[in-house]
Design a protein. Structure first.
Length: 338
């Protein structure tokens, strides 16, 4: 979700070279015509992977697959329980450690680590390993014993898109629903600044549809929120107010580590949701700076999830997992005082 784009209140939006070629505004109100003003890449470009635009020949099939772009068509009814301030995400290398080494009753795991074979990178591109599938018994590992486990449905595009498009044939939802997760977050389909807003709207709906499928199987799902402009934030506000049983959402900040503009949009979305809805927010990934000016008023509604502390304990071996987790918690407290 890198980049930033804020539509001025006076409506004085400056078009880009390609904005006039984007037809996403034709599907208002699910995309506002102003959003096309931020398009920086031609929608008719056929050389990009995993990017859907208003010019694609198969866009009607994509729309039919998710029942159109209206977020209000999705209703979630399964609610969950209270969450701790910090949720450590357990990396694959620690699965066989004893759960008592990780001082948290609630932990996380990511999609890549519930696969029998991890997504690999070759020549700078992620690839799906042949024969990889969901490991139904992953939570039987000792690290998860006696703990509530949240599945964070995040990962590289090839992982997300492959699981999504093979979801029915692979029985993805039934598999996840029977694995014993305390909660599952929505998928983090890409919403990239400068791309076609039709693709943005489609990916937001796909993420909610993933939640809906699991919700209907009785799984507590935590919607994954992406928003890179005020129009999208308003649509999320409308949807959340219409779904009062949704008490928690998550925002992934892993791709914003080196993207200051992207983090600024994350901050805007966090502030907007805290001030305009009643949801708690899980910040998944980078936490530094997120609490700026918010902790005194909204601190109890902010939660954090990260794999960094346990990865550091696994790689560096100079401190225990508990010590790395405590150091991360101290980081959060230090940010709250800034």
């Amino acid at each position: 979700m890198p980049g930033s784009y804020k539509i001025p209140e006076d409506g004085a939006v400056q078009p880009t070279f390609y904005s006039g070629m984007c037809k996403s505004g034709d599907i208002s109100p699910h995309v506002h015509p102003d959003e096309a003003m931020a398009v920086l890449i031609p929608c008719a470009d056929r050389h990009r992977l995993n990017v859907v635009t208003c010019q694609d020949d198969a866009k009607e099939e994509d729309l039919a697959d998710v029942g159109g772009l209206d977020l209000m068509d999705v209703r979630l009814g399964v609610s969950g329980t209270a969450l701790p301030e910090f949720i450590p995400i357990i990396p694959r290398g620690m699965f066989r450690r004893q759960g008592c080494e990780i001082p948290s009753g609630t932990v996380g795991i990511v999609l890549n680590d519930i696969l029998t074979k991890k997504i690999s990178s070759k020549h700078g591109r992620y690839q799906w390993p042949k024969g990889s599938k969901v490991n139904r018994k992953v939570l039987e590992n000792s690290a998860f014993q006696g703990k509530r486990v949240i599945l964070f449905s995040t990962g590289p595009d090839v992982l997300i898109e492959t699981l999504w498009w093979d979801r029915r044939g692979a029985g993805l939802f039934n598999t996840i629903a029977t694995m014993g997760f305390a909660a599952v977050t929505g998928m983090n389909f890409s919403v990239i600044s400068g791309e076609c807003p039709f693709g943005h709207a489609l990916n937001l709906k796909k993420s909610l549809c993933y939640c809906k499928e699991l919700d209907e199987l009785g799984v507590w799902t935590i919607p994954h929120i992406y928003a890179i402009n005020d129009r999208q934030r308003e649509r999320w506000k409308k949807w959340l107010l219409a779904n009062p049983l949704v008490g928690v959402v998550t925002i992934n900040t892993q791709l914003q580590r080196k993207q200051s503009h992207g983090m600024n949009e994350v901050f805007r979305t966090v502030r907007f949701l805290l001030k305009n809805t009643s949801v708690d927010i899980i910040i998944h990934g980078r936490a530094k700076g997120v609490l700026d000016g918010l902790h005194r008023k909204f601190g109890k509604r902010l939660h954090f999830a990260a794999s960094g502390p346990l990865k550091n304990a696994l790689i560096r071996k100079d401190k225990t997992p508990a010590e790395y987790i405590e150091a991360f918690r101290c980081q959060i407290k230090a940010s709250s005082r800034s």
